[in-house]
Design a protein around this ligand. Structure first.
Ligand code: ADP
Ligand code: TYD
Length: 221
Protein backbone atom coordinates (compact mmCIF):
# COMPACT_ATOMS: atom_id res chain seq x y z
CA UNK A 1 0.00 0.00 0.00
CA UNK A 2 1.16 3.56 -0.71
CA UNK A 3 -0.13 6.94 0.38
CA UNK A 4 -3.01 8.14 -1.82
CA UNK A 5 -4.68 11.49 -2.25
CA UNK A 6 -7.97 11.43 -0.33
CA UNK A 7 -11.08 10.94 -2.40
CA UNK A 8 -13.69 13.37 -1.34
CA UNK A 9 -14.68 16.94 -1.47
CA UNK A 10 -11.79 18.43 0.51
CA UNK A 11 -8.11 18.72 -0.38
CA UNK A 12 -4.98 18.34 1.70
CA UNK A 13 -1.96 20.57 0.99
CA UNK A 14 1.32 20.47 2.91
CA UNK A 15 4.33 22.70 3.51
CA UNK A 16 7.83 21.35 4.04
CA UNK A 17 11.33 22.68 4.56
CA UNK A 18 14.16 22.82 7.06
CA UNK A 19 13.56 24.67 10.33
CA UNK A 20 13.55 28.43 9.71
CA UNK A 21 12.90 28.14 5.96
CA UNK A 22 9.76 30.28 6.17
CA UNK A 23 7.16 27.58 5.63
CA UNK A 24 4.89 28.53 8.56
CA UNK A 25 4.79 32.09 7.19
CA UNK A 26 3.70 30.75 3.80
CA UNK A 27 1.21 28.24 5.23
CA UNK A 28 -0.49 31.06 7.17
CA UNK A 29 -0.56 33.44 4.15
CA UNK A 30 -2.12 30.75 1.98
CA UNK A 31 -4.71 29.84 4.63
CA UNK A 32 -5.71 33.48 5.07
CA UNK A 33 -6.04 34.07 1.32
CA UNK A 34 -8.05 30.90 0.81
CA UNK A 35 -10.43 31.94 3.60
CA UNK A 36 -10.79 35.38 2.03
CA UNK A 37 -11.58 33.69 -1.30
CA UNK A 38 -14.44 31.75 0.35
CA UNK A 39 -12.80 28.38 1.07
CA UNK A 40 -13.35 26.79 4.44
CA UNK A 41 -9.77 26.24 5.55
CA UNK A 42 -8.06 24.33 8.35
CA UNK A 43 -4.42 25.08 9.17
CA UNK A 44 -2.63 22.51 11.33
CA UNK A 45 0.98 22.16 12.39
CA UNK A 46 2.95 19.00 13.01
CA UNK A 47 3.64 17.66 15.48
CA UNK A 48 0.55 19.03 17.18
CA UNK A 49 -3.03 20.02 16.47
CA UNK A 50 -4.84 17.73 18.94
CA UNK A 51 -4.57 17.37 22.71
CA UNK A 52 -2.61 14.11 22.36
CA UNK A 53 -0.42 15.44 19.55
CA UNK A 54 0.46 18.59 21.51
CA UNK A 55 1.52 16.43 24.50
CA UNK A 56 3.68 14.35 22.15
CA UNK A 57 5.09 17.58 20.62
CA UNK A 58 6.18 18.74 24.07
CA UNK A 59 7.94 15.40 24.67
CA UNK A 60 9.68 15.51 21.29
CA UNK A 61 10.86 19.11 21.28
CA UNK A 62 11.40 19.98 24.93
CA UNK A 63 14.98 20.46 26.11
CA UNK A 64 14.25 21.31 29.74
CA UNK A 65 14.76 17.77 31.12
CA UNK A 66 18.39 16.71 30.54
CA UNK A 67 17.57 13.13 31.65
CA UNK A 68 15.03 12.69 28.80
CA UNK A 69 16.54 10.58 26.03
CA UNK A 70 14.73 9.65 22.82
CA UNK A 71 16.08 6.81 20.71
CA UNK A 72 15.62 7.32 16.91
CA UNK A 73 13.10 4.47 16.73
CA UNK A 74 11.14 5.91 19.66
CA UNK A 75 11.34 9.31 17.95
CA UNK A 76 9.83 8.14 14.67
CA UNK A 77 7.06 6.30 16.50
CA UNK A 78 6.22 9.42 18.53
CA UNK A 79 6.04 11.66 15.43
CA UNK A 80 3.87 9.00 13.79
CA UNK A 81 1.60 8.73 16.84
CA UNK A 82 1.06 12.49 16.81
CA UNK A 83 0.21 12.35 13.09
CA UNK A 84 -2.15 9.37 13.41
CA UNK A 85 -4.22 11.25 15.98
CA UNK A 86 -4.22 14.47 13.95
CA UNK A 87 -5.36 12.70 10.79
CA UNK A 88 -8.13 10.78 12.57
CA UNK A 89 -9.37 13.56 14.83
CA UNK A 90 -9.11 16.64 12.61
CA UNK A 91 -7.84 16.17 9.06
CA UNK A 92 -10.17 13.44 7.83
CA UNK A 93 -13.32 15.06 9.28
CA UNK A 94 -12.34 18.41 7.69
CA UNK A 95 -11.71 16.77 4.31
CA UNK A 96 -15.05 15.01 4.43
CA UNK A 97 -16.68 18.43 4.95
CA UNK A 98 -14.97 19.78 1.83
CA UNK A 99 -12.41 21.94 3.61
CA UNK A 100 -8.96 22.86 2.34
CA UNK A 101 -6.56 21.46 4.93
CA UNK A 102 -3.09 22.99 5.08
CA UNK A 103 -0.55 20.97 7.03
CA UNK A 104 2.55 22.81 8.22
CA UNK A 105 4.65 19.62 7.84
CA UNK A 106 3.29 16.16 7.08
CA UNK A 107 4.84 12.74 6.46
CA UNK A 108 7.62 14.01 4.17
CA UNK A 109 9.15 15.50 7.33
CA UNK A 110 9.35 12.00 8.80
CA UNK A 111 10.96 10.65 5.63
CA UNK A 112 13.67 13.31 5.61
CA UNK A 113 14.25 13.99 9.35
CA UNK A 114 13.97 10.42 10.65
CA UNK A 115 15.01 8.23 7.68
CA UNK A 116 17.72 10.49 6.21
CA UNK A 117 18.48 12.59 9.30
CA UNK A 118 18.56 9.77 11.87
CA UNK A 119 19.64 7.07 9.41
CA UNK A 120 16.62 4.79 9.80
CA UNK A 121 15.46 2.49 7.00
CA UNK A 122 13.66 4.61 4.41
CA UNK A 123 11.43 1.66 3.39
CA UNK A 124 10.38 1.11 6.98
CA UNK A 125 9.73 4.82 7.58
CA UNK A 126 7.65 5.07 4.40
CA UNK A 127 5.62 2.04 5.42
CA UNK A 128 5.07 3.60 8.84
CA UNK A 129 3.95 6.86 7.18
CA UNK A 130 1.28 4.92 5.29
CA UNK A 131 0.04 3.29 8.49
CA UNK A 132 0.03 6.52 10.52
CA UNK A 133 -2.08 8.32 7.92
CA UNK A 134 -4.06 5.23 6.87
CA UNK A 135 -2.90 5.95 3.35
CA UNK A 136 -3.70 9.67 3.15
CA UNK A 137 -1.40 11.91 1.05
CA UNK A 138 -1.41 15.63 0.23
CA UNK A 139 -2.51 16.55 -3.30
CA UNK A 140 0.30 19.16 -3.44
CA UNK A 141 3.31 19.85 -1.24
CA UNK A 142 5.32 23.07 -1.21
CA UNK A 143 8.97 22.57 -0.27
CA UNK A 144 10.32 25.97 0.74
CA UNK A 145 14.01 25.60 0.00
CA UNK A 146 16.67 27.80 1.59
CA UNK A 147 20.33 27.23 2.42
CA UNK A 148 21.24 26.10 5.92
CA UNK A 149 22.91 29.47 6.49
CA UNK A 150 19.77 31.39 5.52
CA UNK A 151 17.55 29.17 7.70
CA UNK A 152 19.92 29.58 10.64
CA UNK A 153 19.90 33.37 10.19
CA UNK A 154 16.09 33.41 10.07
CA UNK A 155 15.85 31.31 13.24
CA UNK A 156 17.96 33.93 14.97
CA UNK A 157 19.76 33.69 18.24
CA UNK A 158 17.05 32.02 20.35
CA UNK A 159 17.85 28.60 21.82
CA UNK A 160 16.70 25.82 19.51
CA UNK A 161 14.31 22.97 20.37
CA UNK A 162 15.56 19.36 20.62
CA UNK A 163 15.45 18.78 16.86
CA UNK A 164 17.12 22.11 16.10
CA UNK A 165 20.11 21.16 18.23
CA UNK A 166 20.85 18.12 16.00
CA UNK A 167 23.78 19.83 14.23
CA UNK A 168 24.80 21.03 10.79
CA UNK A 169 25.54 17.59 9.31
CA UNK A 170 22.04 16.44 10.32
CA UNK A 171 20.38 19.43 8.63
CA UNK A 172 22.54 18.99 5.52
CA UNK A 173 21.26 15.38 5.23
CA UNK A 174 17.71 16.63 5.75
CA UNK A 175 17.99 19.29 3.02
CA UNK A 176 19.59 16.87 0.55
CA UNK A 177 16.82 14.36 1.26
CA UNK A 178 14.18 17.03 0.53
CA UNK A 179 15.90 17.80 -2.79
CA UNK A 180 16.04 14.08 -3.69
CA UNK A 181 12.38 13.59 -2.74
CA UNK A 182 11.41 16.55 -4.95
CA UNK A 183 13.03 14.77 -7.92
CA UNK A 184 11.13 11.58 -7.11
CA UNK A 185 7.65 12.92 -6.41
CA UNK A 186 5.70 15.07 -8.87
CA UNK A 187 3.44 16.06 -5.97
CA UNK A 188 6.26 18.13 -4.44
CA UNK A 189 6.83 21.65 -5.76
CA UNK A 190 10.18 23.21 -4.80
CA UNK A 191 9.92 26.94 -4.21
CA UNK A 192 12.99 29.18 -3.91
CA UNK A 193 12.70 30.33 -0.30
CA UNK A 194 15.35 33.04 -0.72
CA UNK A 195 12.77 35.25 -2.47
CA UNK A 196 10.77 37.86 -0.55
CA UNK A 197 7.72 36.58 1.37
CA UNK A 198 5.17 38.09 -1.05
CA UNK A 199 6.89 36.73 -4.16
CA UNK A 200 6.91 33.21 -2.72
CA UNK A 201 3.26 33.53 -1.79
CA UNK A 202 2.29 34.64 -5.32
CA UNK A 203 4.15 31.66 -6.84
CA UNK A 204 2.26 29.29 -4.53
CA UNK A 205 -1.07 31.03 -5.09
CA UNK A 206 -0.75 30.63 -8.88
CA UNK A 207 0.32 27.00 -8.57
CA UNK A 208 -2.40 25.91 -6.16
CA UNK A 209 -5.40 27.04 -8.23
CA UNK A 210 -5.96 23.78 -10.17
CA UNK A 211 -5.95 21.79 -6.91
CA UNK A 212 -8.70 23.76 -5.15
CA UNK A 213 -12.30 22.60 -4.77
CA UNK A 214 -15.09 24.79 -6.15
CA UNK A 215 -16.16 27.53 -3.74
CA UNK A 216 -19.68 26.94 -2.49
CA UNK A 217 -22.07 29.71 -3.55
CA UNK A 218 -24.24 28.95 -0.49
CA UNK A 219 -23.76 31.55 2.23
CA UNK A 220 -22.72 30.04 5.58
CA UNK A 221 -25.76 29.46 7.86
P1 ADP B 1 9.60 27.89 9.61
O1 ADP B 1 8.14 27.64 9.86
O2 ADP B 1 10.06 27.25 8.34
O3 ADP B 1 10.46 27.52 10.78
P2 ADP B 1 8.94 30.73 9.75
O4 ADP B 1 7.84 30.91 8.77
O5 ADP B 1 8.57 30.67 11.20
O6 ADP B 1 9.82 29.44 9.37
O7 ADP B 1 10.01 31.88 9.47
C1 ADP B 1 11.22 31.97 10.22
C2 ADP B 1 11.63 33.46 10.27
O8 ADP B 1 11.99 33.89 8.95
C3 ADP B 1 10.51 34.39 10.73
O9 ADP B 1 11.09 35.43 11.49
C4 ADP B 1 9.93 34.95 9.43
O10 ADP B 1 9.39 36.24 9.59
C5 ADP B 1 11.17 34.99 8.54
N1 ADP B 1 10.87 34.78 7.12
C6 ADP B 1 9.95 33.95 6.59
N2 ADP B 1 9.97 33.98 5.24
C7 ADP B 1 10.95 34.87 4.90
C8 ADP B 1 11.46 35.32 3.63
N3 ADP B 1 10.99 34.88 2.47
N4 ADP B 1 12.46 36.23 3.66
C9 ADP B 1 12.96 36.68 4.84
N5 ADP B 1 12.52 36.28 6.06
C10 ADP B 1 11.53 35.37 6.10
P1 TYD C 1 8.68 23.27 14.76
O1 TYD C 1 8.95 24.26 15.84
O2 TYD C 1 7.26 23.04 14.35
O3 TYD C 1 9.65 23.55 13.56
P2 TYD C 1 9.42 24.39 12.26
O4 TYD C 1 9.04 25.74 12.73
O5 TYD C 1 10.67 24.37 11.49
O6 TYD C 1 8.35 23.61 11.55
O7 TYD C 1 9.33 21.91 15.19
C1 TYD C 1 9.09 20.71 14.57
C2 TYD C 1 10.38 19.94 14.52
O8 TYD C 1 10.13 18.55 14.42
C3 TYD C 1 11.25 20.32 13.33
O9 TYD C 1 12.62 20.33 13.74
C4 TYD C 1 11.04 19.19 12.38
C5 TYD C 1 10.79 18.02 13.28
N1 TYD C 1 9.97 16.94 12.72
C6 TYD C 1 10.53 15.68 12.52
O10 TYD C 1 11.72 15.47 12.82
N2 TYD C 1 9.75 14.68 12.03
C7 TYD C 1 8.44 14.87 11.72
O11 TYD C 1 7.75 13.92 11.26
C8 TYD C 1 7.87 16.17 11.93
C9 TYD C 1 6.41 16.43 11.62
C10 TYD C 1 8.67 17.18 12.44
Amino acid sequence: MTNQVAEGPGVLLSFEGIDGSGKSTQARLLADRLEAAGHETLLVREPGGTALSEHVRALLLDTSDPSLQIDPVAEVLLFSAARAQLVAERIRPALSEGQVVIADRFFDSTTVYQAAGRALSVEWVRALNVQATRGLAPVRTYFIDVSLQEAQARRGAQAGDRMETSGTAFFERVRQAYLALTQEEERICRVDGAQPVDAIHETIWADVQPFLPAVSSQPAP
